[in-house]
Design a protein around this ligand. Structure first.
Ligand code: HPA
Length: 275
């Protein structure tokens, strides 16, 4: 572990008494989930030594420790990241995956990673919740480049990078709770500009169901640490050319707001059942 990460970890350890087991990364407009946490320990990321700063609106930088509790249930210990860092903010991919390294070094074994994404699959709608079955990396970037830390054990597992067992469990939890979900392939682009209609047609022909500017680097690093991963995309808009209206960041946050009850319930139930 490098010394910067060590400083960050030491600072966080001084604030908590229990080891987090499940990490949750909340995407654009999905930050409200964190309100469910009982007796939270809330740490603004600006207080953490060396923690990278996010500049995107709707990405309040906070780390929240705690558990979910309802009548007779208590979840495992959580570390929740409210707000994330995108590659387009600095072009420094190590900043993007810094939260995952923190989670891993603190002892996290499972990760729920969420995002706002554009819908490519025409069976989707704005507001669809899509479990990420697999991904396409169109950026040419990889956070393990130059780190000499490729984990032979996890990299040799040919498939899947995302956990099939968590995915199947999550699907049945959604069904039991009457929450409609889909499943598909997430395509990662660098952004920050949205895609062209031609690019979306290309992605569709490659097998992508949704497109976004995050999550894949986090998945790559978490997988390399041997963490079990579940990904959820909130389809906040249909992608360029699929929808004829022009995209903007307000639409992304508006839709995320509209589905946040379902999203929160889904993530809550998954966490309770994750064990
Ligand atoms: N494209 C890329 N990223 C996104 C989109 C989109 O349409 N919607 C939300 N994030």
């Amino acid at each position: 572990m490098n010394t910067q990460l060590q400083d960050s970890i030491e600072y966080l350890r001084s604030k908590i008494t229990r080891v987090p087991e499940i990490a949750v990364v909340l995407g654009s407009g999905l930050g409200d989930f964190a309100k469910q946490i009982k007796n939270p320990v809330v740490i603004p990321t600006s207080e953490i030594p060396h923690y990278p700063i996010s500049t995107v609106q709707g990405h309040a930088g906070k780390i929240i420790f705690g558990t979910l509790e309802s009548d007779d249930r208590k979840s495992n210990e959580l570390i929740v990241f409210q707000g994330r860092i995108h590659l387009y903010e600095s072009n420094d991919i190590q900043k993007v995956v810094y939260p995952i390294r923190i989670a891993a070094e603190l002892g996290v074994q499972k990760l729920i990673v969420t995002n706002a994404a554009g819908g490519i699959n025409r069976n989707f709608d704005s507001g669809t919740l899509m479990f990420i079955r697999d991904y396409i990396n169109l950026t040419g970037e990889n956070p393990l480049i130059g780190t000499k830390e490729l984990n032979e054990t996890t990299s040799l597992q040919k498939y899947p990078t995302l956990s099939t067992s968590l995915l199947n469990k999550a699907k049945s939890i959604a069904e039991m709770n009457g929450i409609l979900t889909k499943e598909g392939v997430y395509c990662w682009t660098k952004g920050p500009s949205y895609e062209t209609a031609a690019e979306i047609r290309m992605m569709a022909s490659m097998g992508a169901d949704a497109v976004g500017m995050s999550t894949v680097p986090e998945i790559i690093v978490a997988h390399n640490y041997g963490i079990e991963i579940l990904g959820i995309s909130c389809i906040t808009n249909m992608a360029t050319g699929i929808s004829l209206t022009k995209l903007n960041h307000e639409e992304v946050t508006e839709t995320a707001n509209r589905v946040k009850n379902d999203f929160t319930k889904l993530v809550n139930e998954i966490i309770f059942e994750m064990g």
